[in-house]
Structure formats: C-alpha cells, structure tokens
Design a protein around this ligand. Sequence first.
Ligand code: BG6
Ligand code: MG
Length: 220
Amino acid sequence: MHRGLLFDLDGVLVDTAKYHYLAWSKIAQELGLPFTLQDNERLKGVSRERSFEILLELGGRKMEAGKRAEYCARKNEYYLSCIRQMTRREILPGVCDFLQQARKKDYRIALGSASRNSRLILERLELLELFDAIVDGTAVHSAKPDPEVFLQGAKALGLAPGECIVFEDARAGIEAAHAGGMPAVGIGDKKDLPEADLCLPGLQGADLSEIERRLAEKRE
Ligand code: BG6
Ligand code: MG
C-alpha cells in the first residue's frame, strides 16, 4: 500500500496538448517551419526550450540562444492566451472523482509537472486545493526523464519515493518515475508506454484499490 500519489499535469489531468500545439503552430508559421499534429506528439512531456529546438530541427534550422529565448517567450504568450480561457469543463474525465477518492483514502497528493504554467492551470480548473504539494517547471533544474520532479514531489509530501505512485502520459515521465524508484501508472495506450507498470486509458472509473492490487501483483 502506498501513501502518496504524484500526478503529471498535461495529458493526465487536463488536455493542454491542443493549446501547446496551437501556440507552437503560430511560431512555426511565423518562421516558415513545417509542423504537424503528428510532430506535436514529440513535444509531449518535453520542456519549452527543448520543444523549440525540436521545432527548429524539423525545419533543419538553427538559431542563437538569445533569439530562441525570445521565441519561447512568445510561444508562452500565445499559450497563456489559450489557458487563461480554460474552464473546469476541460478537466479530463474521471479526474475529480479520482482525486476525491484518493483524499478519502488518505493518500497525500502532489503535482509533478514540467510546466511553468502548472499553478495557473490548476487555479483555472479550481483543483489547486486538492493538492498537498506542487512541484513544477519553476522548481526543478533537470527535466524528465530525470527523476528530480518526482523526487522533490515525494519529499514535499514527507514520503519516501517508494511510498508514492506516479501517474504519467509521457514515456519520459515513466522513465523518470522508475529512475526515482517509484512505480508508474501510464495514462494512455500500453503500446505507447511499454515501460509503465500498468496502463489505464484515463482516470475515468479508476479504482485505487485495484491499482494497488495490480502493482502488488507486478512486484511479486
Ligand atoms: C509539459 C508538456 O507538461 O510541460 C510539454 O507536456 C510542455 O508539452 C512542458 O512543453 C513545459 O510547459 P510550459 O507550460 O512551461 O511551457
Ligand atoms: Mg504529460
């Protein structure tokens, strides 16, 4: 039995990938770079700066660091104009029930996200008060697959890494959880997240006792 749950944000609690895509598409258009919805898959779980490097790579372009920072800041302005309009309707199905279930069972809950906009998003979704700790891109130095964000999350909850379960939709996040010594529940398709200890299509209908049971089975 674990005592803490660590949640990634984008793709686990809320579908923000479409807004990242819209914002990066504008930048790609401004720079005349090719960028498709399929390319956007490569940006999931990846930091803002690394995302822009990938975008440049797709068009075979190079840019000096100062200019890259300007474009990253502009992308974030576009992204912010989308997320400032977000409402609770954009919380992914089953998330609120699952968080309530966790609270009732006395699990401690933390966010472990690469996004520097996490707090604003949780505020918009009115989910902030369900979290005991927020660890996001403003607090960490090394991006996933480095385990830093989840190790800090466990520490903020006052728990050992092995007492926590990570919920992640990106391969880099599953890798980060394992590197930190935590089991990882993949949110998505097993074929996209082969390293996950177990996979769920989403949090709708997810049951913590069942998750614990399946993770225990896997350990045996
Ligand atoms: C991750 C997203 O959660 O956060 C990435 O999956 C995003 O797509 C990264 O690039 C950084 O987000 P932000 O909001 O700080 O630009
Ligand atoms: Mg994610």
